[in-house]
Design a protein. Structure first.
Lengths: 347, 382
């Protein structure tokens, strides 16, 4: 064996060793760690992010490595957390703020809508707001009241914010790095039920960071496009596998970024397939699916064989945990929607 | 299997068992040093006026005269249609001016919408200060250049910004104090509470100046709070509260200067309540006769901040007729310049609407920009 071959084998072995299964929560934590190590302006703040490592353990170990000045357990007040983060960003820091749960972020909405989202605009670019607002969101973890909301529509409707959400371990790392590097405020929606999802992922060789605003085709198909994001991606992937038995070859698009919205990737897919279903946990009425369906229809009308359908959460307050399985879009509901895409001529 | 019937005393570690649990609270400290005076602190008309700094007082006076003229000129501009709206600080000039003068170059001011005068007294061009109220853009200046945060309209929401900025500066080891201004109505907002709490926990170098001008638009203080004074609110956060006569420019300056100095040397935040009065209506669009009598306003006119200072300084020969005349002339020059420049129509580019939403325009914004450009082309405006 040559030296080069030996080295190559060693590298391969090391990579195989490094690429042991990692969870999305670990990948997010690693992204925070790497960003903090690279840039002293990056600060992490929120409730229980220090010694506890966050209630989902995303910030585990950060306070030990970077100290309390950069990893700060704040008083329990979301408006105060985001409001002081605004002041820190005004002074040149890049705060990464944790809202402990989706529904606990609401007290911070005034700061988010009236200041974070607008500061660049109202100061003609003099004072951008480079910050990340991490929001664990969505259901499916058996959470009691106020622990399972999908609040993305509120954020999407607010100009000045970027809104992203990973669905894979790789994207959790890559999107978080991109979000922290962004000079615009990014609402980073973390799908709670995917926190413990695993993938063979090496923190030593993370995938290249794609810029915010790019959707990705997770599964190629010719029959119809499932447009989804975050916690509903695994549902759609499973539905697409099951659909094969029915003779449908489904394409699955993972949006990753709700704002900016990647019209190009989505429209290209629907033009190829001629049919589309939007899938998300958020309520259907006034939810992201309405905007997405409208955009697809505006761009693909002459390619469509059927109306764009939506599979969404019901228009109800998030249900108690023992009933949530009836609320969340599942594989069957997705397949039922696919079945309604006017497959028979003249239907 | 044996049923678990262990008593606490039988449990492992019982030797260390104490019937009283360890305290989950801090030992209580004496709140007395944090309490404000029972009466607003005054300098003018008291023995303390015997030790006034003559040069500082002359500067304060000149700024008060200029500030009063600025207020009357801005109000006049609303009548001429040159300002969309003006929330006057007439009667509150002592607070506005003192807030600006106690700060050093590197310090930061966090004004509310009523505090354009404080920004002007800090050195900002009045035209830039009034941009928001003229309506050609939301902020007319670069906040970092002047270390003046954008004028804040949602009540008290600028207070946590001041805390965060001061905290960030301290983390960086910079000598920076933030002074944040809010009204009596604003103290009822949740952001007021959260800002004061964060500031105290972090010991951030911040001074909170509450101008208690008696009204939140039409609602009097009695309907706003049951606290003994707004300054008393400080005690609950563990910071000192100071109560001062907001129309006594020398007193406001002294109290604010002490609070700024305390913050600068690492002593933490202070809450200052300055008792003053809003002589004008809430804005030019408000009708104050619906909720208060003229007699009350007249009574406050006799406690006018400009006159109070002028009388004291003249009596003490710190100010002579020439200095008074010079201050008034300078104020007139400022007003004439402001009038002239505000009478020119601002040059607006509608395409600016899309320029600063994001660092880079999204594809959607580029589409909308093209739409507006086509509309403008059709109108022949461009």
């Amino acid at each position: 064996m040559t030296t080069a071959a030996k080295t190559g084998a060693a590298v391969t072995a090391a990579a195989a060793k490094a690429a042991k299964p990692a969870t999305m929560a670990q990948a997010l934590g690693r992204a925070l760690r790497d960003a903090m190590a690279e840039d002293p302006a990056v600060h992490v703040m929120g409730e229980d992010v220090g010694a506890l490592g966050g209630v989902f353990r995303v910030t585990d170990g950060l306070v030990k490595e970077f100290g309390e000045d950069r990893v700060t357990d704040t008083p329990l007040a979301e408006a105060g957390i985001l409001g002081t983060a605004v002041g820190m960003a005004m002074y040149g820091l890049r705060p990464v703020v944790e809202m402990q749960f989706d529904a606990f972020a609401y007290p911070a909405f005034e700061q988010l809508f009236s200041h974070v989202a607008r500061m660049r605009n109202r100061t003609r670019g003099a004072m951008p707001m480079p910050m990340v607002i991490r929001v664990p969101y969505g259901g499916g973890i058996g959470g009691v009241e106020h622990h399972s909301d999908s609040s993305e529509a509120y954020y999407m409707a607010t100009p000045g914010l970027h809104v992203v959400t990973p669905a894979t371990v790789e994207d959790a790392y890559g999107l978080m790095r991109a979000a922290i590097a962004s000079d615009d405020p990014v609402v980073f929606l973390e799908p709670k039920r995917l926190y413990w999802s695993k993938a063979a992922w090496s923190p030593d060789a993370p995938a290249a960071v794609e810029p915010i605003g790019r959707a990705v085709v997770r599964r190629s198909g010719r029959s119809a496009t499932l447009i989804t994001y975050g916690p509903s991606l695994p549902v759609c992937m499973e539905a697409a596998e099951a659909a094969g038995a029915e003779g449908w070859d489904l394409e699955v698009v993972d949006l990753r970024s709700l704002v900016p919205f990647d019209d190009t990737t989505v429209a290209a897919s629907v033009r190829r397939t001629g049919r589309a279903v939007v899938v998300h946990e958020s309520t259907g009425f006034g939810g992201p699916g309405g905007e997405i369906a409208a955009r697809v229809t505006e761009r693909c009308f002459h390619h469509l064989e059927a109306p764009v359908l939506r599979v969404a959460g019901f228009d109800i307050p998030y249900p108690p945990p023992m009933l949530e399985r009836h609320h969340l879009p599942g594989v069957d509901r997705v397949l039922d929607a696919v079945a309604r895409l006017q497959w028979e001529a003249g239907s | 299997m044996k049923k678990s019937t262990m008593t606490v005393q039988e449990m492992p570690g019982a030797a260390a068992y104490r019937p009283t649990p360890p305290p989950a609270w801090k030992p209580r400290t004496d709140p007395a040093p944090l309490l404000p005076d029972s009466e607003p602190y005054r300098v003018l008309g008291t023995d303390a006026a015997g030790r006034l700094d003559a040069a500082l007082m002359r500067r304060l006076y000149a700024e008060l005269v200029r500030g009063r003229r600025y207020n009357t000129q801005a109000t006049a501009l609303t009548k001429q249609g040159r300002l969309a709206v003006y929330p006057s600080s007439t009667g509150q000039e002592a607070c506005e001016v003192a807030a600006a003068l106690v700060l050093q170059e590197q310090d930061w001011l966090f004004p509310s919408y009523r505090d354009t005068l404080a920004a002007v007294a800090r050195g900002l061009d009045p035209v830039q200060a009034l941009t928001l109220l003229r309506g050609d853009w939301h902020t007319g200046y670069d906040p970092r250049e002047h270390r003046i945060a954008p004028l804040c309209t949602p009540l008290a929401t600028q207070l946590p910004h001041a805390v965060g900025l001061a905290h960030a500066a301290r983390l960086k080891g910079d000598d920076v104090v933030a002074l944040a201004m809010v009204g009596d109505g604003g103290t009822s907002e949740g952001d007021f509470h959260e800002a004061l709490n964060f500031a105290a926990v972090w010991q951030a170098p911040v001074v909170f100046l509450v101008q208690n001008n008696g009204f939140a638009i039409s609602v009097p203080l009695a309907k706003q709070t049951a606290a003994p004074s707004l300054a008393h609110k400080a005690v609950g956060y563990g910071m000192p509260g100071r109560l001062v006569d907001g129309n006594d420019a020398a007193a406001v300056h002294e109290v604010l200067a002490e609070a700024v100095e305390r913050a600068r040397r690492g002593g933490g935040p202070t809450l200052v309540e300055a008792v003053t009065y809003r002589i004008d209506a809430h804005t030019n669009a408000d009708d104050a006769t619906r909720y208060r009598g003229e007699a009350e306003v007249e009574a406050w006119r006799t406690h006018d901040p400009v006159q109070l200072l002028e009388r004291e300084l003249t009596q003490r020969a710190i100010l002579d007729a020439d200095a008074v005349r010079q201050a008034r002339e300078e104020a007139e020059t400022m007003a004439a310049d402001l009038r002239e420049r505000m009478n020119a129509d601002p040059v607006l580019d509608p395409m600016d609407l899309f320029t600063h939403v994001y660092a880079e325009k999204t594809a959607q914004l580029r589409e909308q920009e093209a739409l507006l450009r086509a509309e403008l082309d059709a109108e022949g405006e461009r």
